[in-house]
Design a protein around this ligand. Structure first.
Ligand SMILES: *[C@@H]1O[C@H](CO)[C@@H](O)[C@H](O)[C@H]1NC(C)=O
Ligand SMILES: *[C@@H]1O[C@H](CO)[C@@H](O)[C@H](O)[C@H]1NC(C)=O
Length: 174
């Protein structure tokens, strides 16, 4: 039964800790050809995303300092994908992509890294939304777009706390 194999695959993937799992409405299926897929059954299931974004950022930082956000788009599809990474702009911060190539081609098991630097305009909870989406999926990086593949997109929303540097006067009283 596929359930056993799915669980086995998930724990294996978990072991090598490169997987991102997400609760979705639908059934996960396994196929030799494409790995994991989705069918429309009414059960919630934990599925492995073959294309996803990882975001690392500090838990908190001091306003006035530069917040460095690092996103890694990973592709575990059996195809190559051209990738666009987006950091959603808000009034709460100003960010700039410092490193990373838009439209980079990632093949099976590959990744592309994007680094943004941001300055916060607020104090407190700052919400950051980063996504990676495919602009083309094909057999090779030079290959034509595979019309059988629907575009994929993964979005990560994270919160970071912006703090104020506490000024502690060092006054000597005699
Ligand atoms: C799946 O999860 C959603 C939200 O988490 C819930 O509303 C829905 O009832 C769940 N479906 C089943 C079949 O458990
Ligand atoms: C991708 O990684 C998996 C697991 O490590 C491996 O079995 C597979 O051969 C790799 N595929 C490619 C094309 O590198």
């Amino acid at each position: 039964m596929w359930t056993k194999r799915l669980l086995l695959s998930i724990s294996l993937l978990g072991l090598i800790s490169r997987a991102k799992f997400q609760l979705t409405e639908g059934h996960a299926t396994l196929s030799e050809e494409t790995g994991f897929g989705m069918t429309k059954h009414s059960a919630n299931f934990t599925t492995f995303l073959p294309f996803f974004m990882e975001l690392s950022l500090p838990y908190s930082f001091i306003r006035g300092e530069t917040l460095v956000l690092k996103g890694v788009a990973r592709n575990y599809m059996k195809k190559c994908a051209k990738v666009q990474a987006t950091l959603e702009n808000t009034n709460a911060f100003n960010a700039e992509l410092k490193d990373g190539q838009q439209g980079a081609c990632i093949c099976t098991n590959g990744s592309a890294t994007y680094t943004w630097e941001a300055q916060a305009n607020i104090i407190g909870e700052l919400s950051v939304t980063v996504s990676a989406e495919t602009t083309q999926i094909s057999d090779t990086c030079d290959g034509p777009n595979d019309p059988g593949q629907s575009p994929r997109k993964d979005t990560v929303v994270r919160t970071v706390t912006v703090e104020v540097l506490k000024y502690e006067p060092t006054v000597m009283i005699r």
